[in-house]
Design a protein around this ligand. Sequence first.
Ligand code: LLP
Length: 410
Amino acid sequence: MEFVEGQYEIQSLKLTALAEKYGSPLYLYDTANMERQYQRLMNAFPGVRLRLNYACKALTNINILKFFNQLGAGLDAVSIQEVQIGLKAGFAAEKISFTPSGIHPEEAYQAVGLKVPVTLDSLSLLEKFGKKYSSSVPVSIRINPHVMGGGHAKISTGHKGSKFGISFQQLPQILDLVNQYRLHVRGLHMHTGSDILDISIFLKSAEVLFDVAGSFPQLEFIDMGSGFKVPYKPGDYETDIEELGRLLSERFNQFCDQYGKNLTLIFEPGKFLVSTAGYFITRVNVIKETPLTVFAGVNSGQNHLIRPMFYDAYHHIVNISNPEGAVKPYSVVGYICETDTFAWERELPEVREGDYLVFLNAGAYGFSMASNYNSRLRPAEVMIHKGKDLLIRERETLDNLLRNQIVHQF
Ligand code: LLP
């Protein structure tokens, strides 16, 4: 987003004009930003065969998936529905990586039926899979490296107490099953969390995988998951991708030499690829002065962007209607009948009823975590691509809310 002659723009399109054209609340995605993020990561790992699987749970609109397919990315899917959307978006089955957690075995078998590679994350599933397919279907295994990482307890997934993966300490049990059923283990996988600033977390957990890898002679790839932290606040820190790339590439190549084969290194970023590319435009319904604060109540809430309420996440807010107004503190809240506070006492240029407030970093886990709570409709989505705005999801209607309800006569 750029500030040009008193107005905010994306790819030369004025945000206020887009808000007027499509109405609010509205999700906007800038594909130029996504492409820059993709290329930045692709260039950060010198001398390594790198593959990026876009973790589409962050933003699942099929047009975004098609865009990443065109860039040459693979896809990380965590439900059979994400797999199916990926196939519809045009991804070749072998470029989709199914890395779910705690699924019913049938869901894994369904992915096999679609020829999509599967990652197994429990001894129980490993056994069932082995009995059914033996070596006929290659698999990868998700290892829990016992490393604590992530910006919030709810998004830390690689520590000892986490439900994800199979503990590296259970390697003997894994090997028993692999040998018993002659499983063909093609890859090792891990994912330690989201919002990880400290690159030593990645380096430390890589060592665990490199150690474990020695027991699997048929590996083709090591999948390090994701979790790169992006900047949320102005001047915020972000994962030093270039430094991580330099250190990890060196270590990965060393490991490959020892292993005796050049493996592919995979990452599966969601946030890094789409967070900063997304904008969520809301409109101020009401300014309410109370003895304690001044509330700016917008035409949205935790139903559309839950990150501030669920993870205490900071999302920067910009008043695009009055960018040069006098700065004052406002508590920006939603219209949901719960305390859905986006920001408490945030300094903003004077906010008036009818102004558009834009939330930044709304590309990842914004729309994809939206709900219909309070029977509110989910917003429209617009993609800004090659200087043009494309409506990629219509705003919901009352019919959408009622579609699956069965009305009985009593
Ligand atoms: N791979 C796996 C297996 C994952 O579970 C996740 C995210 C990712 C990749 C992508 O991680 P990322 O690059 O986006 O950090 N809703 C939370 C984030 C939850 C992440 C869950 N797993 C948030 O809004 O912060």
